[in-house]
Design a protein around this ligand. Structure first.
Ligand SMILES: [Zn+2]
Ligand SMILES: [Zn+2]
Length: 485
């Protein structure tokens, strides 16, 4: 049994969760942690509310609310949305209310303080609104790829925009032009760690878009990353002269403090020192736009901290579109998880989101397609699963033949850490279901459905429970009698 910490990128508490979140890191992280637990591993499944993200005050200014009070409400809303689709984190930490988060931030700031320099650095500022354009309050064009972005991490190419290369910025509060100013910031000369990070990540499985990205980014060993943002949302840290550190640097502090605060409340799961060690595997599910902070920033921090886990596995996703347009919490262009979960079974939402997950390329959600798939594919399978009888029994050779069926083997590959893909798992499971249904001898045999239950377990936990319950040898006859009575 190994120890795994599975993380999903912390959502900004500026609104509820929509399908873009679900088909991004959340469902994949849940499928991953369910699979690892099924294999008998000890797993902590964590995320937290990203309370120090400047998109939160941007939202609460417009709503005339207090940021952390709103963040607490949104954390409740997000927790409920996740539960409606059977996703339950061990901890969904409220960062603003967890002292361990600030302590972990200090810890990592101390580790890198010697590699930082405090100096005047260009940023943008709106005099009318008294706002800085470090991130949520300023919009510009990414100097690397030219798409609309803030200057923190480009949502499209995932590079950290070089503010020296940027000449104009729009204030997101008044829509006026921000002016360039010089602000004293702590700049981390992070590039000196890149040879070690390259070495540590070389053996890690990752999708091609991330390996291509890292090959380019990690080649610049002179790269600097501004860490502090005076006048912006962030956590002041003593190690960096009590300047506020931004939330992207703090993500690893977030995951670490999730583990620490959870174990403090659940000592039966072990001690922090037993979990936060090089023997524990980190598995991060993240949007591709978070590649810099996670694969580059947190790997650099983990390499500097010999007592904790080694840099882990980073599984990236691209964006989901809605009817061809970007999901947007601020514009309300979204399908909210709560709305959909009021109309469809959780399993149907999960399985369709897995099938169409934007793992390596942008994908699109349309309600019409979902409704059609639900009627034609999901519903017949769910109904069929409730009518399993023990009409037939399979020989050991027949069971073995099913276990070596191409779809069953394909599923095993996609369920592995090395080639993890919820889209691949979902398609393979449906293909396997079709194989069973197409053959009378198989579809009459509980053993065949039991095998399907194994494949459905991380994707559709309710359907898997049905399959396992109806095919359990000793209970099954009574259950069938009861159902037909
Ligand atoms: Zn870009
Ligand atoms: Zn303004």
């Amino acid at each position: 049994m190994l120890k795994f910490i599975v993380t999903a990128t912390p959502p900004t508490p500026n609104g509820d969760l929509h399908l873009g979140h679900l088909s991004g890191p959340f469902l994949a992280a849940d499928v991953m942690q369910r699979r690892l637990k099924y294999l008998g591993h000890d797993v902590l499944f964590v995320t937290y509310s990203d309370d120090y993200q400047s998109y939160l005050p941007r939202k609460t200014q417009a709503l005339r609310r207090k940021p952390f009070a709103y963040a607490r409400l949104m954390r409740q809303a997000m927790t409920l949305s996740l539960e409606l689709v059977n996703i339950r984190f061990d901890t969904f930490m409220q960062a603003a209310d967890t002292p361990a988060y600030q302590h972990a931030g200090e810890h990592y700031a101390r580790l890198v303080a010697e590699q930082t320099q405090c100096k005047a650095h260009k940023t943008f500022y709106c005099t009318d609104c008294n706002l800085y354009g470090y991130e949520g309050f300023g919009r510009t064009q990414c100097n690397w790829c030219g798409t609309s972005s803030d200057t923190s991490q480009c949502e499209h190419c995932a590079r950290v925009p070089d503010v020296e290369q940027i000449s104009t910025m729009t204030c997101m509060s008044c829509q006026g032009q921000m002016q360039p100013v010089q602000v004293k910031q702590h700049i981390w000369k992070i590039g000196q760690n890149y040879p070690a990070v390259r070495h540590a990540l070389a053996r890690r499985p990752m999708r091609n878009c991330l390996s291509d990205y890292l090959a380019e980014v990690l080649s610049n060993e002179n790269e600097c990353w501004p860490l502090t943002r005076p006048g912006d949302a962030g956590v002041p840290v003593a190690a960096l002269d009590n300047y506020p550190v931004h939330t992207w640097f703090l993500g690893l502090a977030g995951y670490r403090s999730c583990v620490e605060s959870y174990l403090a409340a659940h000592p039966e799961r072990g001690e922090f020192a037993q979990w936060w060690t090089p023997d524990t595997e980190l598995v991060h599910l993240l949007g591709f736009d978070c590649s810099y902070s996670h694969a580059v920033g947190y790997s650099s921090l983990l390499m500097a901290d010999q007592s904790g886990p080694r840099p882990g596995t980073f599984i990236t996703n691209r964006f989901l579109k809605l009817d061809g347009e970007d999901f947007s919490t601020s514009r309300g262009h979204a399908v909210w998880i709560k709305d959909l979960a009021g109309q469809y079974p959780a399993d149907a939402i999960r399985l369709f989101c897995a099938l169409t997950a934007p793992e390596t390329a942008v994908s699109n959600f349309s309600r019409e397609q979902f409704q059609e798939w639900y009627q034609q594919s999901f519903l017949p399978l769910a109904k069929r699963a409730e009518q399993i009888t023990d009409a037939a029994s399979l020989s050991a050779a027949q069971v073995e033949s099913l276990r070596s069926h191409a779809s069953y083997l394909r599923w095993q590959t996609f369920a592995s850490l090395e080639a993890f893909s919820i889209a691949g798992m979902a398609q393979a499971a449906l293909d396997f279901a079709a194989v069973i249904q197409a053959d009378e001898a198989l579809s009459g045999a509980p053993q065949a459905w039991q095998l399907l239950g194994e494949l459905m377990q991380p994707l559709c936990p309710d359907l898997a429970d049905t399959l396992f319950a109806l095919t359990a040898c000793d209970e099954q006859p009574a259950k069938v009698l009861h159902e037909s009575a």
